[in-house]
Design a protein around this ligand. Structure first.
Ligand code: FAD
Length: 828
């Protein structure tokens, strides 16, 4: 064996062991075997062999001898680690401890086992849940007129409120034993998707009581008496809840609320008791103006030690009935013309008994932990589902509109520029539904996925913003002129609400996704942190030693994997499928290894300052997000039986996600100095490997949206598309337009003239005159024309109909004065 062959063989053997994450023992054995071969075959001279054995012994012996390793290496490492470890506030600790990690940790760790993804059960609705979607949910969608709600009444009609109460829409999360529906997270998501396709006010009003708030908090932490009192009333809608955390001085930094509750003696119901004196000023609180019970977060203090030794107990959550003396509630904010109930709540020296605390006195000070735990579930359901539902309806209606609306004698959807926007709508709608399905499946399997919920909240609401803009662009003036015929404008106005609430998006992207992901998903970081905090020095050293050397091996392994993939190794990686999705699995595995390596390099180079390097954190978060999103898309395709008609959507969603993933990796490396350049040479030695969706693919996706077909039907599955609603009407007009196109051709051919595709009713007359169509076809042409005009026309108003607020009041007063003057004159 020549020297060159031995070197290559050794690199391959050691590289393969690193690739497969072999243990230190196995790696040492491999090194010894290769050196043994070199010695046995006398590949090197005796001096070189001796040097090689000495190097191996110096490097590997201390690592393999636990007691030497701990005292010589681990001890000083632990001391340094303790010095550089970033400080963490209690609220940050609570946020990291809250919730669980699931599939996202597999893609974070660099070597996802795709079989595990495929083994996750596909989401299913129970018969009861399906019946609810087909019955009450469909019905309430038909009952609502969004224009009346948003423009005329600034509220939903009383019969809709009553219908929601009667059918327990506010009780999807409440257990059956308390009279609730106890729906799965997946079912809740499907309900919200449907409602969001009809009205933002409806979806928010139903979403909030089913998300983070009194219902959820009581079920998890309430005392028996609190549960027995409130839950049945919340289930029937007798009580309407809201949850008040945000203050004027504390929005994103909610842990810094200045609202206080001081333990003291006071009078309550005529008796002197120990209670809490509250002072608070809350704003932006959804449902507050009509809430009957307020969940209130405040900081609790016990300066006189009336209930224990602790003077500062921390954030606490209590439930205050609406009529609590001293609480000001009822005024409304006006969120971007989408008038769901939202407003401030204030209180000065409001005295409440201790048993108003959710969970009773023993839960005093545990409010933040309660909130972040519940948020890790709620945040994955409400806003992502509302966004996905919005996107699905938008994709369908915009596809239909682009086929109905013609300019330059062509349906506008056939113009390449419009195709680009339609492709984003179709691809993103498929992707968004995939993500809500996978994340709610996780919740139904018992996870409290705090990282996934941040990913889903951020990306679904951002993608809604993208597709909302696309839908508006394709509709042109039709989307802009508000009125009963505009089915887009209010949704467009409401989009930033979803971006801002439950963790405003810039913060969510820059701090939360990777901030929690890095610690929770990493196989060793949390263990290192916990070990470093242990008071028992021996146990701390033992655990830190195990974690830190596991971590070092992990970094070497990821380096080997990234290098291997960078130089074309992806070809040899296994994938669980053999069709056109195979390449996506391989690319995801490659990008996953890159993320694992980059994450450790970023933590190693930046240490504690990584927390302030938000753009690094944001890009690492994007990588993790797109790995999760891509997994969700592939999983959906698998779960639905790999229908080949859906492939354009799958290809678009995967190519867009992988491209964005790649761009996040390259952008991070380009902004990471010399280390970044080195890593780029390792990971992308031949430059970019993934392309954004091509024009050809955009064309295919756009076409799918423009005519009825099974892929389009699956894309819009579960949305409210009955003809009783606006979107359903547009669907009907699309079918009519497609049906009359051959009739139109026949008439043009017979008349030897290419008519414009307008005034189809006149064309019907022409066809009858020429004797080339029958009465039924003429009727179809007339109906198509009526529908076409309804779809493309917009509303206009008398000046006074547009007056609002003071203008409307002034107008009303002027009218009243004129009437009074007239009657005076009549009387005179
Ligand atoms: C319509 C509506 C309904 C709401 N409903 C409720 C409710 O029911 N209950 C409730 O308690 N609250 C509610 N909120 C409050 C909501 O959660 C807050 O608006 C949100 O937390 C952001 O706070 P802020 O608006 O004060 O923005 P700010 O905190 O002032 O933030 C402004 C911008 O700075 C960014 N930012 C802040 N800190 C960082 C950081 N460290 N890094 C990067 N970027 C950062 C934010 O992302 C944001 O883009 C609601 C808000 C609205 C508008």
């Amino acid at each position: 064996m020549s020297v060159a062959i031995w070197i290559i063989a050794t690199l391959l053997v050691l590289g393969a062991m690193l690739y497969h994450r072999s243990s230190l023992r196995v790696f040492t054995l491999g090194t010894v075997v290769m050196l043994g071969i070199a010695t046995g075959l006398s590949i090197f001279g005796s001096t070189t062999l001796t040097v090689l054995w000495i190097i191996a012994a110096v490097l590997l012996l201390p690592l393999n001898l636990g007691f030497v390793r701990k005292s010589v290496l681990t001890k000083p490492m632990l001391a340094t680690y303790r010095k550089i470890m970033p400080e963490m506030s209690q609220t940050e600790k609570d946020a990291i401890d809250a919730g669980t990690v699931w599939w996202e940790s597999e893609v974070f760790r660099g070597a996802p086992d795709w079989k595990n993804l495929h083994n996750i059960p596909a989401p299913r609705l129970s018969a009861e849940e399906q019946a609810f979607l087909d019955g009450p949910c469909e019905e309430v969608c038909a009952m609502l007129n969004d224009w009346e709600v948003t423009h005329e009444d600034a509220d939903m009609p009383q019969e809709v409120w009553q219908y929601l109460r009667d059918h327990k829409f506010f009780a999807m999360i409440i257990k059956k034993e308390y009279g609730g529906l106890e729906f799965s997270a997946y079912a809740q998501s499907r309900v919200l998707q449907k409602l969001a396709g009809v009205s933002t006010v409806l979806a928010s009003t139903v979403g909030v009581p089913n998300s983070l708030g009194p219902g959820e908090l009581l079920q998890h932490y309430g005392t028996k008496a609190q549960k027995d009192h409130y839950l049945p009333r919340l289930a029937t809608g007798e009580e309407i809840p809201c949850f008040a955390l945000t203050s004027p001085e504390a929005g994103s930094d909610a842990g810094a609320i200045p609202d206080s509750g001081v333990v003291c003696k006071g009078e309550f119901n005529g008796e002197e008791i120990i209670g809490i004196k509250l002072n608070f000023n809350k704003r932006y609180i959804t449902l507050a103006p009509i809430a009957t019970v307020v969940g209130l977060a405040f900081k609790m203090y016990d300066p006189d030690g009336l209930i224990g030794d602790k003077k500062e107990l921390g954030i606490t959550a209590a439930l205050l009935p609406r009529d609590t003396k001293g609480m000001e509630i009822g005024r409304r904010h006006f969120p971007l013309n989408v008038p769901f109930h939202n407003g401030p709540i204030r209180g000065n020296d409001v005295f409440i008994p201790l048993d108003y605390i959710i969970g009773g006195q023993e839960m005093a000070g545990k409010g933040w932990r309660m909130l972040v735990e519940c948020l890790s579930v709620g945040r994955a359901i409400t806003l992502p589902s509302n966004s996905a539902g919005g996107a699905k309806s938008l994709a369908l209606v915009t596809g239909a509109y682009s086929r109905i609306r013609r300019q330059f004698k062509l349906p506008i959807g056939k113009m390449e520029g419009v195709e680009e926007a339609l492709a984003r709508l179709g691809g993103n709608a498929y992707l968004m539904d995939s993500v809500t399905s996978l994340s709610t499946t996780g919740i139904d399997l018992g996870e409290k996925p705090s990282v996934i919920s941040a990913i889903a909240k951020y990306h679904m609401t951002e993608k809604l913003r993208v597709v909302m803009n696309d839908a508006m662009d394709v509709h042109g003036g039709k989307g802009i002129c508000l009125g009963p015929n505009n089915y887009l404008g209010r949704g467009y106005q409401g989009t930033p609400v979803a971006i801002t609430v439950e963790g405003a998006n810039i913060l969510t992207r820059n701090m939360m996704i990777y901030g929690q992901g890095a610690i929770r998903c990493h196989p060793y970081v949390l263990e290192e942190m916990e070990a470093a905090h242990l008071d028992d020095a021996k146990e701390g050293l033992r655990r830190f030693d195990k974690a830190v050397f596991g971590h070092i091996g992990f970094v070497f392994s990821n380096f080997a994997r990234s290098l291997f993939f960078g130089f074309g190794g992806s070809v040899f990686t296994s994938a669980p499928t053999s069709d056109s999705t195979k390449a996506y699995y391989k690319q995801m595995t490659r990008f996953s290894s890159n993320l694992a390596l980059m994450s450790d390099v970023a933590m190693g180079v930046l240490g504690g300052s990584l927390k302030r390097k938000e753009r690094v954190s944001a890009r690492l978060g994007d990588m993790l997000s797109y790995l999760f999103i891509g997994s969700a898309v592939l999983k959906r395709f698998e779960d639905e039986g790999r229908p080949k008609e859906d492939l354009p959507f799958v290809h678009w969603a995967m190519q867009d996600s992988l491209y964005k993933l790649q761009e996040a990796q390259i952008a991070l490396l380009q902004n990471f100095g010399g280390v970044g350049a080195l890593l780029k040479a390792t990971m992308f030695p031949f430059g970019r490997i993934v392309k954004a969706p091509s024009d050809k693919l955009d064309h295919k996706v756009a076409r799918l949206l423009m005519y009825p077909n099974v892929a389009r039907e699956r894309l819009g599955a579960g949305q409210f598309l009955s003809e009783r609603g606006q979107y359903g009407y547009v669907e009907q007009v699309l079918r009519d337009i497609i049906a009359v196109e051959p009739i139109y051709d026949t008439i043009c051919k017979a008349a030897k003239k290419r008519y414009t595709f307008t005034q189809l009713d006149q064309l019907a007359k022409k066809g009858l005159e020429l004797g080339v169509i029958n009465a039924e076809e003429a009727a179809l042409l007339e109906r198509a024309e009526e529908g076409r005009l309804k779809v493309i026309n917009v509303d206009d108003f008398a000046h006074e109909d547009l007056l609002a607020g003071r203008g409307a009041r002034r107008h009303f007063e002027q009218q009243q004065a004129a009437v009074a003057k007239d009657s005076e004159q009549d009387a005179a």
